[in-house]
Design a protein around this ligand. Sequence first.
Ligand SMILES: CC(C)(COP(=O)(O)OP(=O)(O)OC[C@H]1O[C@@H](n2cnc3c(N)ncnc32)[C@H](O)[C@@H]1OP(=O)(O)O)[C@@H](O)C(=O)NCCC(=O)NCCS
Length: 153
Amino acid sequence: MEKIVRRATLLDVDNIYSLIEFYANQGVILKREKQEIEKGIDNFFVAEVDGEFAGAVTFYDYGPSLKEVRSLAVCEKYHGCRVGTMLLKNLVETLKSQGESRIFTLTYKPKFFEKNGFIVVPKEIFPEKIWKDCQNCPDKDSCGETALIYKDH
Ligand SMILES: CC(C)(COP(=O)(O)OP(=O)(O)OC[C@H]1O[C@@H](n2cnc3c(N)ncnc32)[C@H](O)[C@@H]1OP(=O)(O)O)[C@@H](O)C(=O)NCCC(=O)NCCS
């Protein structure tokens, strides 16, 4: 099994869109419109297993010292094969090598992130502008997501 992570191109948009939609329909990640993915394609990374699309991840840029890991998703077929770990590690390393000081995420899967060097923090430590995605969410007053930040070791 040969696994790689590479930067996404516009040719990956359909695969990324379908994968995110699959999990968004289960309520585990936020839905993204195709146009939004196209516009932000330079921030996406894609995983391939033996040349086949296996997962993706992106980040949102809040400025030079704060980035958010977003839309991390692995095709069900490849769950448990460390594809998620590879995507997350690659993203963290890329951002850290560019000098990013804080990398955070909001997720329903805190255990997975804890296994990859993130620690749970109170959501309140982040500025309110971060909650722009939350404004239209029906669960905004009873959000079950956990905030985690990457901790250098
Ligand atoms: C969460 C997700 C990205 C994990 O990807 P994956 O490739 O299956 O995970 P890995 O094989 O890299 O797992 C690494 C470790 O995390 C653990 N892990 C994976 N998913 C987990 C979960 N949902 N809860 C708890 N632990 C989990 C694995 O058991 C493994 O543990 P180990 O090191 O003790 O063996 C994948 O399950 C997924 O796409 N889920 C749906 C979308 C989603 O929920 N994304 C969350 C981020 S916003």
